[in-house]
Design a protein around this ligand. Sequence first.
Ligand SMILES: C[S@@+](CC[C@H](N)C(=O)[O-])C[C@H]1O[C@@H](n2cnc3c(N)ncnc32)[C@H](O)[C@@H]1O
Length: 376
Amino acid sequence: MSQPITLIATAAMGLESIVKNEVKQLGYENIQTDNGRVMYESNILGIARSNLWLRTADRVKLLMGEFYAYSFEELFEQTKALPWEEWISKEGFIHVVGKSHKSKLYSVPDCQSIVKKAIVSRLQEAYSISSRLEETGARYKIEVAILKDQVTLSIDTSGSGLHKRGYRVGQGEAPLKETLAAALIQLTNWTPNDPLVDPFTGSGTIPIEAALIGQNIAPGFNREFSAEEWDVIPSSVWERALEEAEDLANYDQPLDITGSDISHQAVEIAQQNAMEAGLVDLINWKQMRVQDFVPKTEKGYLIGNPPYGERLGEKDTVEEIYKALGSIMSSYPKWSVYIMTSYKEFEKCYGQSATKKRKLFNGFIQTNYYQYFGKK
Ligand SMILES: C[S@@+](CC[C@H](N)C(=O)[O-])C[C@H]1O[C@@H](n2cnc3c(N)ncnc32)[C@H](O)[C@@H]1O
């Protein structure tokens, strides 16, 4: 199947432009960005490449159709009119999920069951089956999303969310989503030739994602995707995408990446995760309080996700941490410092106004990404 298809890379709120950049770097065109999603024209190989390479997207969906529907009949007929048999095999297991917002068709369970009936009816006709579909084969998760009466029907190609890279065997307290950690790095001007330090490393997500970026390793290299089970995508397509990823990886790129944390246990977990990712020798790990951090180079990048002080009694501790960090870094003006926290008084404690701030969500917590650019 070589005809163009439309893919939707879903993105956490605020990360759409970063996902868009990644899609552009993959070479895809006609990119449209909307709230929480980036749509682009691609082809069947693009399903494999997008899943393998997108570091900051949540998942990749195949767009089947968009239309307006104001009644269940309209929803049924327009769903049935789509060429589901081009993607779903005779034995395919069809699971429909849904959401509806500000729309006449607001009952999500009803919409899900109508979409399922319409797809089943289409497949029964296409495959000349008069009995029930067996549904013993590959899984197809279909989403019916209705916004202001506009229906979007898509099939998920990823399976588990793309943040599940396959390396997190352990986690510390409040670990960052891998997709967000990759975004934090991509929002800086760090290059693989610069030193990078995360002094609040927890489960090591930032250093591990930086090492993957630094050696141009596809983040999805170590996992599987649900579209790999689809008959319609030959295994040669996945093999080609994997070979391409192997060719593009630059395992000879030297890196100077350090992750440290006050907690011994966190450092051990970070090491185990890095080991699982095959990167353990590439990253320096250390148990250390941020108060004792001394940059070893004149220039570098510090990227961190410190405690936010949201728990009772934590306020004084985080203020002390932010103050200490600000005081240390004031002696190293060529270092760029990037800190994500929800703590409103961060700049005051750090002792300096950020060069730039960006609102980001860490899960449901609204944070600011404070960016201090190092002097050239
Ligand atoms: C929000 S978590 C970081 C999570 C990490 N980004 C991840 O993905 O797992 C904050 C981390 O800061 C560490 N921490 C707290 N106080 C510290 C201090 N004074 N110096 C260094 N690390 C500290 C905690 O042990 C915790 O692992």
